[in-house]
Design a protein around this ligand. Structure first.
Ligand code: SF4
Ligand code: SF4
Length: 354
């Protein structure tokens, strides 16, 4: 697997300021992306479901999360455990520390976790956010503990909209805290440890989560856990403390996705491939159209979440159904045909493939 350059991700590209050094360098190397990116950046954010009190909460929560990113490698005044603790721990089997960390994660709200060797293929090749922009990812710590917190079914049922966006922001905050605390704990014992959280990660979290048993990658490009579906957000800690090696899980999701296609049918911009996504060896070979997806977010003025809510594994109880071809007029937010008309007018989106 070729490592992903974080500078190529849509979230990195959307931070490039017209005329800046980063902007000039990036589009000199990738002129094919300039037109669509300029268009996406300059589009005014929509007000599809703007409402108070939720809207300022989304922004303020993400602003707070941005400050938390400063703590992923440590902070002033960090606690140091008494001498000799690390030696005592090293005498125990790796499963003892792993079990304790996973138990702690559960008490901090994680519903699922996995541990094992850090797979370099699941790390960015070069960082593309904030102060780390342009930095190659070279020195990964050898073990990874990855975990997920669940999002509320009730709030996700409202996708797309401000309540779903507030739930996403709140979950990113809740998922950051255990990762920061456990990384700080490991450092206090004398190990090296780095927390990987929203917007501040050396790891591409969905593939490492799949490697370490959290779930499998769905047609919509997100991790799908057998019990919670895509209704989860991921965090991770890398460390030089030896951890137990968990195995990937296989509940035949790629085959289920070949038959299901619900997320692709309901995506208001046709960003999710409709056709076969696996090759003869069941390797996933298609990915989503990130520019199209982001265009929906921009037009809604929030993130979208329809594919998360629609996935049967997420068990959201979403009322979203494709009514295309039913002959009934689409009339309300949440109705897929209403959303497609909102995005594109009467013509609707061009399907990505058949
Ligand atoms: S978040 Fe919305 S626009 Fe993006 S892929 Fe999912 S359904 Fe499509
Ligand atoms: S909605 Fe269906 S096709 Fe999409 S990820 Fe979930 S199971 Fe796969």
């Amino acid at each position: 697997m070729n490592r992903i350059d974080e500078r190529d991700t849509i979230f990195s590209r959307m931070t490039l300021e017209d005329g800046s050094d980063r902007y000039m360098r990036y589009y000199k190397k990738h002129p094919e992306k300039k037109e669509i990116d300029d268009k996406l950046r300059s589009a005014p954010p929509g007000q599809f479901s703007y409402s108070v009190p939720e809207a300022p909460m989304v922004e303020s929560t993400f602003a707070f999360i941005t400050r938390l990113r400063d703590f992923v490698r440590g902070f002033d005044g960090q606690y140091e455990a008494p001498e000799g603790i690390k030696e005592q721990l090293s005498a125990l089997p790796p499963s003892a520390l792993t079990d304790y960390l996973k138990k702690t994660l559960r008490s901090y709200g994680a519903v699922v976790s996995g541990s094992g060797l850090t797979d370099e293929a699941c790390a960015y090749s070069v960082r593309g956010r904030g102060e780390h922009y342009d930095q190659p990812v070279e020195e990964l710590l050898p073990f990874t503990l990855v975990y997920a917190l669940e999002m509320s079914t009730e709030e996700l049922r409202t996708a797309p909209g401000i309540r779903e966006a507030a739930e996403v922001a709140g979950t990113y905050l809740r998922v950051a805290v255990p990762g920061l605390a456990i990384a700080a704990y490991l450092r206090s014992l004398g190990y090296r440890a780095v927390c990987h959280m929203d917007g501040e990660s050396e790891l591409v979290l969905p593939p490492i989560a799949a490697r370490l048993g959290i779930g499998q990658i769905g047609r919509h490009g997100l991790i799908v856990n057998k019990r919670y579906g895509s209704r989860i957000r991921l965090g991770a800690i890398t460390t030089d403390a030896e951890l137990r090696l968990d195995n990937p899980v296989d509940f035949k999701l790629p085959k289920a996705c070949e038959a299901c296609r619900k997320c692709a049918t309901l995506c208001p911009v046709g960003a999710i491939p409709q056709g076969s996504i696996i090759d003869d060896y069941e390797n996933q070979v298609r990915s989503i159209d990130h520019e199209a997806c982001f265009s929906a977010w921009k037009k809604f003025g929030t993130d979208c979440g329809i594919c998360v809510a629609a996935c049967p594994y997420s068990r959201v109880g979403s009322t979203l159904k494709s009514s295309s071809g039913s002959g009934k007029a689409a009339s309300k937010p949440g109705d897929p045909d209403f959303l497609k008309a909102f995005m594109f007018g009467k013509a609707g989106p061009a399907p990505r493939d058949s």
